[in-house]
Design a protein around this ligand. Structure first.
Ligand SMILES: O=C(O)[C@H](O)[C@@H](O)[C@H](O)[C@H](O)COP(=O)(O)O
Length: 238
């Protein structure tokens, strides 16, 4: 029998209410880390869902100059592309009070592939603690989370809980461009783990992933649910 994560569900009436609550929760995590260790490290997801959350979080008061922000995954495109998660984070999160935060990108300009960029990213990450203070995952309608895509070329390695490599290139039919993603064990190495999903369709996908019924059996997000290393807080709104 596979292990299952301790899951707490937080349901909100609107995406605005969710953004407000999750931003407050994340700010508290960051403040606590700064009080205990002098700095804080958070990994966030890209895509369209977190925009409101980022906007809200960016306005909360904390010692942002002690906060390091990175991504759980990135599309291998320059920041000038509107597919770039770095571009999104810079536009929506690193503003207002949060403009003082340090951004740690998962992309290296001038390197054509994630494989070629890997060594630069690893060097950048080696200056930071391995353990995150907070990780915010999203989920796609195909059951992917981070860049753990169904049929991904490095999916098995990226999901291996015993794996030592923290970043993996990922190519998959549903991924669009090549990607780079933190591995599952790297993302589970966090003080707090969140899954932020919105809309009835994604709630259905999540339920299928939880039960493993039908298509749900093959959803990569199941790997986050079927582990006992890190409790998961699920934030959902219509
Ligand atoms: O770069 C990305 O695409 C993400 O980090 C990805 O894992 C995202 O969280 C989901 O695809 C949900 O995306 P939406 O919010 O756009 O539905």
């Amino acid at each position: 029998m596979s292990a299952s994560a301790e899951i707490s569900q937080h349901t909100f009436a609107s995406s605005a209410a969710l953004a407000e609550a999750l931003a407050g929760e994340l700010a508290n995590r960051l403040r606590k880390a700064i009080a205990e260790r002098g700095r804080a490290l958070i990994a966030v997801s890209g895509g369209s869902t977190p925009k409101q959350l980022f906007d809200r979080l960016s306005q909360l008061a904390l010692d942002w100059d002690k906060v390091y922000v990175t991504l759980v995954d990135e599309r291998w495109v320059p920041e000038s592309s509107d597919r770039s998660n770095a571009r999104l984070v810079k536009a929506m999160l690193l503003k207002h009070a949060a403009a003082a935060a340090h951004f740690v990108p998962l992309y290296e300009a001038g390197q054509d592939t994630p494989e070629a960029g890997l060594v630069y990213l690893q060097a950048r990450l080696s200056a930071l603690p391995a353990r995150f203070d907070a990780v915010v995952l999203g989920m796609g309608g195909d059951g992917h989370t981070a860049s753990f895509f169904p049929g991904g070329d490095h999916l098995t390695q990226a999901l291996d809980l015993q794996g030592r490599q923290r970043l993996w290139p990922m190519r998959a039919e549903g991924a669009g461009e090549p990607r780079i993603t933190f591995s599952l064990p790297a993302l589970l190495d966090t003080e707090a783990l969140y899954l932020h999903i919105e809309g009835a369709a994604k709630r259905e996908v999540f339920k299928q992933a939880e039960t493993g019924e039908g298509a749900g059996a093959h959803y990569p997000v199941r790997a986050v649910l079927n582990q006992s290393r890190t409790p998961l807080s699920v934030f959902w709104s219509p």
